[in-house]
Design a protein around this ligand. Structure first.
Ligand SMILES: Nc1ncnc2c1ncn2[C@@H]1O[C@H](COP(=O)(O)OP(=O)(O)OP(=O)(O)O)[C@@H](O)[C@H]1O
Ligand SMILES: [Mg+2]
Length: 309
């Protein structure tokens, strides 16, 4: 078979799945997920409520068994116990024992990850500092606000320098400052070569931090690619006068143009081509008064992809 999830030559991708599916009785939680998440970048995993995002994450981490299909995480089949220590995970819903100190929660995870004891203190301090909880390590979880508990969850996900970090809604309990901090943490992870798989509803967040995005709906990928490609171009409107006869025909080289009320408009034009368009208009005799450029937002693209066809 050619479409099996076999490890490609060279470094394996962070995640590679072929037809990964999960059913609970007659309920299809994930219909058949086929996607590749490269290493070293931030990958946004988006979809409406119930699309199957958390199910996919659970299958990838071996917390649930697939009904069919295949998947590789860091080159190992999903569920491979040996690979778990190389993957960090922030679950969607989690609660640590209230009586535990933050430092103990982190130490427990280092123990579970078989990290050598002499490295713990430095790793814990590093993780607490990274998520903005430096100085709170000896406090008990029950004294933490919701946002602080989420930061602790993030610290658990990144402690021990995993090669892949899977974050299921990492900013849902955070205030704007906390969200900003999490974006910084995610960028820092990418800078040190860690792949980040980010499951989030917050499209503006995803837009700011992700290099590549997959949109899933009813358990299948309906759009995937580099963020700029997925968004396509934006709309460009130019208010001008004096265009030479026949110029509008020639300007179709920039895509289908429409003209109304003194405005010319192009949809889906790459921003990089806007200066060329303006230069061309001037060369065609136009006097340009105004240029409006609007980029398609991820939310608009998301809604287009999910619109019933
Ligand atoms: N343990 C389970 N038993 C039965 N059905 C389940 C179970 N877990 C998930 N499902 C169903 O699978 C579908 C996908 O659920 P999942 O939690 O993966 O969605 P999600 O994309 O993470 O949604 P949300 O954005 O709300 O977190 C839903 O219809 C859900 O009801
Ligand atoms: Mg979910």
């Amino acid at each position: 078979m050619t479409d099996r999830a076999s490890a490609p030559t060279g470094a394996s991708p962070a995640i590679h799945t072929v037809g990964l599916a999960k059913r609970y009785g007659s309920q299809v939680a994930l219909a058949g997920l086929t996607m590749t998440v490269p290493r070293g970048l931030v990958f946004g995993f988006l979809g409406p409520n119930g699309a199957g995002k958390t199910t996919a994450v659970k299958l990838l981490l071996g917390l649930a068994r697939p009904t069919s299909g295949e998947g590789l995480v860091l080159g190992a089949p999903v569920g491979d116990v040996a690979v778990r220590g190389r993957v960090g995970y922030l679950p969607e819903l989690f609660r640590y024992q209230g009586w535990m100190r933050a430092r103990e929660v982190l130490g427990l995870h280092l123990r579970l990850g078989h990290q050598p004891r002499p490295t713990w203190a430095a790793a814990i301090d590093d993780a607490l500092r990274t998520v903005g909880l430096a100085g709170r390590g000896d406090d008990r979880v029950q004294t933490f606000s919701k946002g602080m508990q989420q930061r602790l969850g993030l610290a658990v996900a990144l402690i021990g320098r995993p090669e892949l970090v899977v974050l299921d809604e990492p900013t849902s309990a955070l205030d704007p400052v906390g969200r900003h901090d999490v974006r910084q943490v995610i960028r820092r992870l990418r800078d040190r070569g860690t792949a980040v798989f980010l499951n989030s509803h917050l499209l503006t967040e995803v837009e700011q931090v992700c290099d590549r995005v997959a949109v899933i709906d009813r358990g299948r990928v309906v759009g995937e690619g580099p963020l700029a490609t997925l968004l396509g171009g934006g709309a460009v409107r130019v208010r001008c006068t004096g265009l030479e006869a026949g110029a509008l025909e020639r300007l179709q080289a920039f895509g289908p143009a429409s003209a109304a009320d003194g405005w010319l408009a192009w949809a889906g034009l790459d921003h990089e081509r806007v200066p060329d368009l303006v230069a061309r208009l001037v060369a065609e005799g136009a006097r340009v008064y105004q240029v409006d450029v609007t980029q398609t937002t991820l939310e608009e693209r998301f809604l287009q992809l999910l619109a019933p066809s």
